[in-house]
Design a protein around this ligand. Structure first.
Ligand code: ZN
Length: 652
């Protein structure tokens, strides 16, 4: 199931309904805290045990566990397999075991963790307890490995669609990223988002640039002191900070549901990481965007890291292959969703309609002449130049490196001035991807013409490539250029009202969250607030109809939201707006001030019985209203005496 697909519900719901304690194994220590907080905000007793908590807190948790007061216990794999934990585990009534991030158990996965391989003992020592393994990122091989490693005999496998249709997928060439980023963010001011960067330094630089442009932005990476890291994380969670420029270390430990965008300032190392990282957007199901910048420089940086890494040659090969698939994804002019879902083995043949390729299919043009110029220049420089130098030669640059090597004397020098530097980079990367040339990694990344390239250069074969950006704009005339943010639709009066109420409810949420010390999305998430703004519940029972509001949350957080909705509706009624059940609201509101059915009836021009009907409606739906004065003590006694005759006795 993809990130944000509802994996945790698969064990949280059984954990709540079954007797005993569910033990959830997770390697993500920071995430445990979030999950426990979220469960607590919904009234579910949960706790966690890992290396981050001190002795005393651990003992408190243990006592609560033994007293049977914990429905869900989150525990790190190290803790679970430790000697100290075993006796405690044996004394618990375990309702089920859930192993989260189960792909970590497989050496075929992309995030292998050796301590996970010890988890087999669960099945051996607790043969009666249900055991489930969950992951957001596992191909077939990894899935098979999980089953074998955990010692399942007959495992039921559930594979749900990996599609996250609420995330729009956009990919842009990595030239002028900052400028592109500003445009993207300008359309999303005030929204929460993550910008992933490869290097620590980039995180800091990008955050600084955003800060200068007036965005609420900060950075996060592994080399910051722990105290600063957790401050950034908390500020982000509590909406005090909107944008975090981070290395991939960020996000694993965060359970924020209303992240509206994820940007990859640098390309991720494989499609698994990419999909996992963009999955942190839109976990509340609301429309969100993922923007990826790619460049061949990123590929080279990773290649270097892989080469210098400590993996076996076989693992290195696997990593390079996965890296190349990532680059292909970015470059191929094919529906993004189609590409990525097929990569995860999920057949998906239609075009999704909300990725950049579907929205703006790239125009192809006959690129034979441009390609020939580039290939010829490569040969005339004895296949000794890289992409940048080649571009400078084609554009006729006078820089010293070119002059001293005598490249200004070759025939193709300055023959490619019709394309800008960026356009050449775009064309060259497509040539590389189409196999017309290759990079000699062992020879300083010099370009080499392939057989396929020679066919175009010498045998009259033609080739089509995607038009580079600026040319595309000219080709499209006045048409708007491809840009991720969709146009804002014109709003109707009702929609504007809803928007206004939504903004007010967001304010209420902020106040409540601050007072309760919980992240805003743990009070009510965005979809819930939107639904409130839509159906306008003004009485407690109305809240039961709003999804995302359970009994616990209604009692804990509901009142200030209802009060705000009532105030809003009454204000707007004054201005002539109309709502369902508004007459009931008006009578109830007046009753609160006047305290007399007759007076209200006279003022509103209704029969008293109608007003009583309104008030009873409010009463029945949980409204705070005293109707005891409506009955004489004698009538009350008669009714009270008759109550036992009913199957379900009422209490007056
Ligand atoms: Zn698409």
């Amino acid at each position: 199931m993809p990130t944000g697909g509802g994996k945790s519900l698969c064990y949280q719901i059984p954990a709540v309904t079954l007797e005993g304690t569910a033990v959830v194994v997770s390697p993500l220590i920071a995430l445990m805290k979030d999950q426990v907080e979220e469960l607590s905000a919904s009234g579910v007793p949960a706790a966690f045990l890992n290396s981050s908590i001190d002795h005393e807190r651990a003992r408190n948790v243990e006592n609560a566990l033994l007293a049977g007061q914990v429905k869900l216990l989150y525990v790190s794999p190290e803790k679970l397999v430790s000697q100290g934990f075993q006796p405690l585990l044996k004394r618990l009534k375990v309702s089920l075991f859930a192993i989260d991030e189960a792909h970590c158990i497989s050496a075929w996965g992309h995030d292998f963790r050796p301590e996970y391989t010890q988890l087999r003992f669960l099945k051996e020592q607790f043969p009666g307890a249900p055991l489930m393994a969950l992951t957001a990122t596992a191909d077939k091989l990894t899935r098979r490995d999980i089953i074998a490693q955990l010692g399942f005999h007959e495992a039921l496998e559930f594979v749900s669609s990996f599609d996250r249709p609420n995330i729009g997928l956009y990919v842009r060439p990595g030239q002028k990223r900052l400028q592109q980023l500003f445009e993207f963010l300008e359309a999303r001011r005030g929204q929460s988002g993550i910008i992933y960067c490869l290097a620590r330094k980039t995180c800091e630089e990008v955050a600084e640039k955003l800060h200068q442009r007036g965005f609420s932005a900060s950075y996060y990476h592994a080399e910051m002191p722990a105290r600063l890291r957790s401050k950034v994380q908390e500020d982000f969670k509590f909406d005090r900070l909107h944008i975090v420029c981070a290395t991939v270390a960020f996000g694993m430990g965060i359970n924020k549901k209303d992240v509206r965008f994820v940007v990859h300032y640098n390309m991720p190392r494989n499609l698994e990481s990419y999909y996992q990282e963009i999955g942190r957007a839109g976990r509340d199901g609301m429309p969100s965007d993922a923007l990826l910048f790619f460049s061949y420089a990123d590929v080279m940086a990773y290649r270097e890291m892989i080469e210098e890494g400590e993996s076996t040659p076989q693992q290195k090969e696997l990593k390079v292959a996965k890296l190349e698939r990532m680059y292909q994804y970015a470059e191929a002019p094919v529906c993004r969703r189609k590409t990525v879902l097929n990569y995860f083995g999920e057949p998906y043949s239609k075009n999704c309609g909300h990725c950049d390729i579907c929205k703006h299919p790239p125009r192809q043009f006959d690129a034979t002449v441009a390609v020939q110029k580039a290939l010829s220049a490569i040969l005339r420089t004895q296949e000794s130049v890289g992409m940048q130098l080649l571009t400078d030669i084609l554009r006729g640059s006078q820089r010293r490196e070119i002059m001293s090597a005598g490249y200004h004397n070759i025939k193709t020098f300055g023959m490619g001035r019709e394309y800008s530097f960026d356009q050449w980079m775009y064309l060259l990367s497509q040539m590389l991807h189409s196999g017309l040339m290759e990079i000699a990694y062992e020879k300083n990344n010099a370009l080499r013409v392939t057989e396929l390239g020679r066919e175009i250069l010498f045998e009259g074969k033609t080739i089509e490539l995607a038009l580079p950006e600026a040319q595309e704009k000219t080709a499209r005339g006045k048409e708007k250029k491809a840009s991720p943010p969709p146009d804002a639709p014109v709003k109707s009066k009702t929609e504007s009202l809803r928007d206004e109420l939504l903004n007010r409810l967001i304010q209420v949420r902020r106040t409540v969250a601050q007072a309760e010390g919980v992240p805003p999305y743990n009070v009510f998430d965005d979809p819930t607030l939107q639904e409130m703004a839509q159906v306008m519940p003004f009485l407690p029972a109305h809240l039961n109809e709003v999804s995302g509001v359970g009994t616990y949350k209604r009692k804990q957080f509901g009142a200030p939201f209802l009060a705000e909705i009532r105030t809003f509706m009454l204000e707007k009624i004054q201005d002539g707006a109309r709502f369902p059940k508004m007459s009931h609201l008006i009578s109830w509101d007046m009753y609160g001030r006047e305290g007399s059915v007759e007076k209200i009836a006279a003022r509103r021009g209704f029969a008293p019985i109608t007003i009583m009907g309104h008030l009873l409606y409010a009463y029945e739906h949980g409204g705070d209203i005293d109707i005891s004065t409506w009955l004489s003590p004698e009538a009350r006694d008669v009714i009270q005496g008759a109550l036992p005759l009913f199957e379900k006795p009422y209490v007056l």
